[in-house]
Design a protein around this ligand. Structure first.
Ligand code: UD1
Ligand code: UDP
Length: 375
């Protein structure tokens, strides 16, 4: 049985690492995995580095689509994936999350009657202005198995009629919804201790444990408008100055490009901006931060896994459990709300219950896929 795993963006390479590991350790020899990289992310520090660091098998195919407008980028991916799926036989296609690479993989495979396995299914922000919301809704609709990381995700799919839908998918099979847990938790548990042994990013940056804020920003609605982006970064600089704490920001290339086009902003010198870091370095930075501020889905969750409070630089989140358990606050890009959230979370006593699975999500997923394909 042959699976094609489709990745394209940084977090997908990271998520694929957990499942590739599980395929190697718990699947019998009957399951073979090939990897297709769409090339959505291509800088060394957004792509190749993660294959090496997390021992993900090198992609058999790299479509090298690069950046571009959504339609053009997705169309190039669809065309390339179709060629690969036409040339070789695959029994199933694995897609992750909600990027354009996810959508392209799901749409192409479903049209070719190849079962789609969607990992991180059922997430909803209920904000249709987000490109990711469109990608994940369509991908869920096309998937033979929706692997939901949380009960909230299962509930979302239930509400949308997924659990009792009569629709037949590839091989004339009904759709499955599986509460698998989150493969990102698997990775965090697997690598957190190693990160502290192998990385020296804290000492290189001159940071002491629990004495800095870790920030990331890359969502289109925070970056595309130069005024909003500059104000948000100036707020981080204000946090640094007024709360006497370092703020370190590994900068996503999208943010770096848009900030460069906005022109120089001297106030931003109060923030320690650095290029994107490796996964192990990021785990170390997250684990030792006093607090995390982010608009990233993955970074929000890793903050929770590593028991750090998180200010979410958005007005809504798919990971509502984090808010409900008091481990995070939504603050959008508003300066007053961000400062108020900092003051609340800096002193809050937080309990972090195990809401994202048992740390073996990837194994559950591989076992389920194997059973499904054997039937
Ligand atoms: C994409 C995903 C987003 C995900 C994020 C993870 C979509 C619609 N968005 O957003 O859901 O959270 O990846 O990081 O799929 N760029 C580079 N080098 C690279 C990659 C990108 O310079 O290696 C720059 C280019 O200017 C590009 C911009 O970043 O135009 C945006 O890249 P793109 O992949 O379109 O979207 P992301 O913002 O990365
Ligand atoms: N990450 C990383 N280096 C960085 C920033 C993030 O390794 O400089 C990792 C982070 O630990 C998490 C994933 O990238 O595992 C999150 O990806 P990103 O924020 O790009 O996308 P999102 O999760 O929002 O889709």
């Amino acid at each position: 049985m042959k699976l094609l795993t489709i990745v394209g963006a940084r977090p997908q390479i990271i998520k694929a690492a957990a499942v590739s590991r599980a395929i190697k350790t718990c699947a019998d020899d009957s399951l073979e995995e090939c990897i297709l990289h769409t090339g959505q992310h291509y800088d060394e520090n957004m792509s190749a580095r993660f294959f090496d660091e997390l021992a993900v098998p090198r992609p058999t195919y790299n479509l090298a689509v690069g950046s571009g407008p959504h339609g053009e980028q997705t169309a190039k991916m669809i065309s390339g994936i179709e060629q690969v799926l036409s040339r070789d036989h695959y029994d199933g296609v694995i897609v992750y999350g909600d990027t354009n690479s996810t959508l392209a993989g799901a749409l192409t495979a479903a049209k070719m009657q190849i079962p789609v396995f969607h990992i991180e299914a059922g997430l909803r922000s209920f904000n249709m202005a987000m490109p990711e919301e469109l990608n994940r809704i369509v991908t869920d609709q096309l998937s033979s198995i929706c692997f939901a990381p949380t009960q909230t995700a299962v509930d979302n799919l239930h509400r949308e009629g997924f659990l009792d839908s009569p629709t037949l998918f590839a091989r004339q099979r009904r759709r499955n919804v599986v509460l698998s847990g989150d493969v990102m938790l698997d990775n965090t548990l697997h690598y957190a201790a190693v990160a502290d042994q192998q990385c020296d990013i804290l000492s290189r940056l001159g940071l002491e444990s629990h004495s800095y804020v870790l920030a990331t920003i890359h969502r289109n609605y925070n970056t595309d408008d130069p005024v909003r982006l500059t104000q948000l970064l100036m707020t981080l600089a204000t946090v640094a100055r007024q709360r006497h704490i370092s703020v370190v920001l590994p900068m996503h290339p999208r943010t770096a490009h848009l900030l460069a086009s906005a022109g120089p902003v001297p106030e931003l010198e109060a923030i320690l901006t650095i290029p994107p870091v490796s996964y192990l370095e990021m785990l170390q930075l997250e684990r030792h931060a006093k607090l995390v501020m982010t608009d990233s889905g993955g970074v929000q969750k890793e903050a929770f896994f590593l028991q750090r409070p998180c200010i979410i630089l958005r007005t809504e989140t798919e990971w509502t459990e984090i808010i409900e358990h008091g481990a995070g606050l939504l603050a959008g890009a508003d300066a007053d709300e961000i400062l108020a959230a900092f003051d609340i979370l800096a002193d809050r006593n937080i309990v972090f219950p195990p809401l994202f699975g048992d740390g073996y999500a990837a194994e559950h997923i591989v076992n389920k896929i194997t059973d499904y394909l054997k039937q």
